[in-house]
Design a protein around this ligand. Structure first.
Ligand code: ATR
Length: 274
């Protein structure tokens, strides 16, 4: 029987996950179907129950349900527990639900494997202190960075997040307007400012010479943060399309035990063929 998977979010029509997983399934010859579910903001748990009752094997969870999925599930991976968010849900044979979070490892794999960024010893700035930032913090600290600074418009949230992660590695928090004279080898945008057509306001000097800029979001045209990086002469400017495909590949690996080749899928998406 064909195994059923889906992505649940609201809105969901724009999601590229069905196309990405269909490409993975085709490439690895897996008999699986991957659909979209428009989640009910007032009854996420009911939507999940209905999917499982109908024989569903796994879900990807996206905005605005990642935190709710975290609250709902008892069985969580360490990285999902730390992120306080779940983006991948697996249904075991007995109908037990397991939650994981592949966003952070997707970001790391895109930067390290696809783009060749070397993390150990680097100084990294993570801009934003909301759910997207929390989702990638632990995997970032595990890469062996020399220092990870969380900078947020609302400084208190950056301090709180850094305090919560202190045991995991060299992390500190500050306000966006407190980046006095630091220079960073990599600046990652994890704010939602691009959704409003803006880039977070960062001082120009904070990008090291030959530093990299990564926007966790993506669009068909350069995002405002990518434009910020281009204007400051960043060595590399990347958007989050690769992260999107890599986090999907990690979900696929959890569900099917196979690692798909992400390179042709990223290329097809970039060229508008998926
Ligand atoms: P998400 O789950 O996408 O991270 P969120 O939890 O609502 O969404 O967090 C949004 C993040 O984007 C926050 O860090 C927010 O900063 P504040 O905590 O100060 O609100 C940040 N953000 C949104 N718009 C921004 C802007 N125009 N400039 C800078 N930061 C912005």
């Amino acid at each position: 029987m064909t195994d059923r998977y889906a992505v649940i979010g609201n809105p969901i029509a724009h999601s590229k996950s069905p196309a990405i997983h269909a490409a993975f399934a085709h490439q690895t010859e897996q008999d699986m179907d991957y659909g979209r579910i428009l989640g009910d903001p007032d009854d996420f748990a009911g939507d999940v129950r209905a999917f499982v009752a109908a024989g569903g094997r796994g879900l990807n969870v996206t905005v605005p349900f990642k935190e709710r999925a975290w609250e709902l599930l008892d069985d969580l991976s360490d990285r999902a527990r730390a992120a306080r968010a779940v983006n991948t849900l697996m249904v075991s044979d007995g109908g037990i639900l397991h939650g994981d979070n592949t966003d952070g490892i997707g970001l790391i794999r895109d930067l390290a494997e696809n783009q060749g960024f070397s993390f150990p010893g680097r100084s990294v700035l993570l801009v934003g202190a909301g759910g997207a930032a929390r989702g990638v913090l632990v995997p970032l600290l595990e890469t062996g960075v020399a220092a990870l600074t969380i900078a947020n418009r609302t400084a208190d949230k950056a301090h709180a997040l850094a305090d919560a992660m202190r045991a995991m590695g060299p992390v500190s928090g500050c306000g966006l307007n407190q980046l006095w004279d630091q220079r960073f080898d990599l600046i990652i945008n994890a704010t939602s400012s691009g959704l409003h057509g803006a880039s977070p306001s960062l001082p120009s000097h904070c990008l090291a010479e030959r530093g990299w800029v990564y926007d966790m979001y993506y669009a068909d045209t350069p995002t405002p943060f990518c434009r910020w990086g281009q204007e400051r002469g960043a060595r590399r400017v990347l958007d989050g399309l690769g992260m999107l495909v890599e986090q999907a590949a990690e979900s696929f690996l959890l569900w099917r035990g196979l690692r798909p080749d992400t390179v042709p899928v990223i290329k097809a998406l970039r060229e508008g063929q998926l």
